[in-house]
Design a protein around this ligand. Structure first.
Ligand code: PHE
Length: 341
């Protein structure tokens, strides 16, 4: 039996484990319960009493040897697999470029509008989106039962006192006039909210830029010239403007601002509905009632105000036919504005 231990030991030392198959064969032969080592252990009863201890020790040594070799083979095979596979870094490959974000088209257009007005002395004013009735309606000369105050048009946060989401950025005009002595020359870009069904042309959230200039002797001609300057800077030197009589509670006289259609060069197209003109906002001379409600002397000062939709301008400028695209954040849409930033 001692001879047999020696034989097995020699055999074990000679074996080379080079792959998973060899490993499994080795396990069955030397490690498993039915292995040759196990068999030897079972044979201990046939050994004379006085030799049993020595025999047991030798079989144990053999067992340890087999296990050590088995473990070593496992770790060798693991190393081989991880370095031998395709899991390596090819240093000659070109770099994966960083995905740069782009500035949202509305932000880009807003920044452009702001820069154009800053060049002629307007500064930027900001105000709250959650507003009270006074700053959004009453101080702007809206009569108590004006339809814009209805639930269908305005998102109310609470009634009595009326707290609402501002329906235009004109609230900032009132806040400016309340705290600042004329001259005031500011533009107010911001987000506004109207309770409208969402469609390709309308959204319940959109952006406006309003402007306000109050000083002594401000005239309608100043308003017209300011808007003309803006239109040419924004849409190109050949752009013309047209003012159509209109109505707003806070301006008198009031007008709708049209620009000549730069898409068809006034030859007539779908965008301008074959009129040669597209509307981009409203404007007018600040109503004396509005000046008085903010404690500005309407005998001494006059002013003009205007407001336009940033979505509307962006849609015209880049021929976008669905306002919802601005809010979906689909990168296929946004990526197209990469080169502008
Ligand atoms: N506040 C108006 C609106 O939201 C726009 C406007 C501003 C018109 C200033 C005239 C003067 O429709």
């Amino acid at each position: 039996m001692f001879e047999r231990i020696k034989e097995i030991k020699q055999e074990l030392e000679k074996i080379k484990i080079e792959n998973e198959k060899h490993l499994e064969e080795f396990r069955i032969k030397f490690i498993s319960r039915k292995s040759v080592v196990g068999e030897l252990m079972g044979g201990i009863r046939e050994i004379a009493q006085e030799q049993r201890k020595a025999f047991g020790q030798e079989v144990n040594e053999l067992k340890n040897l087999a296990q050590a070799k088995f473990k070593e083979a496992i770790s060798e095979l693991e190393n081989k697999n991880s370095t031998g596979s395709t899991d390596y870094t090819d240093l000659t490959l070109p770099n994966i470029p960083h995905q740069l974000g782009t500035i949202h088209p509305l932000t880009q257009v807003r920044e452009k509008i702001v820069t154009i007005f800053q060049r002629i002395g307007f500064n930027v004013a900001d105000g709250p989106e959650v507003e009270d009735d006074w700053h959004n309606f009453s101080a702007l000369n809206f009569p108590p039962n004006h339809p814009a105050r209805e639930m269908q048009d305005t998102f109310f946060i609470s009634k009595d006192p009326d707290i609402l989401l501002r329906t235009h950025t004109s609230n900032v005009q009132i806040r400016l006039m309340e705290k600042q002595e004329p001259p005031i020359r500011s533009i107010m870009p911001g987000r506004v909210f109207r309770n409208e069904a969402i469609s390709a042309r309308a959204h319940c959230i959109f952006h406006q830029v309003e402007g306000l200039y109050i000083n002594e002797n401000v005239s309608f001609a100043d308003l017209k010239n300011t808007l003309y300057y803006f239109a040419r800077e924004m849409f190109g030197k050949n752009t013309k403007i047209r003012l159509r009589p209109s109505f707003f509670p806070f301006t008198e006289p009031s007008a709708e601002l049209d620009i000549s259609c730069f898409i068809c060069d006034q030859k007539g197209c779908k965008v301008c509905k074959h009129t040669g003109w597209v509307e981009i906002g409203g404007c007018g001379m600040v109503d004396p009632n509005v000046l008085e409600s903010s404690n500005i002397d309407s005998e001494k000062y006059t002013g003009f105000a205007f407001g336009m939709g940033i979505e509307r301008i962006t849609m015209l400028k880049y021929k976008i036919d669905d306002i919802r695209l601005f809010f979906e954040n689909d990168v296929r849409f946004l990526r197209q504005f990469q080169s502008l930033s």
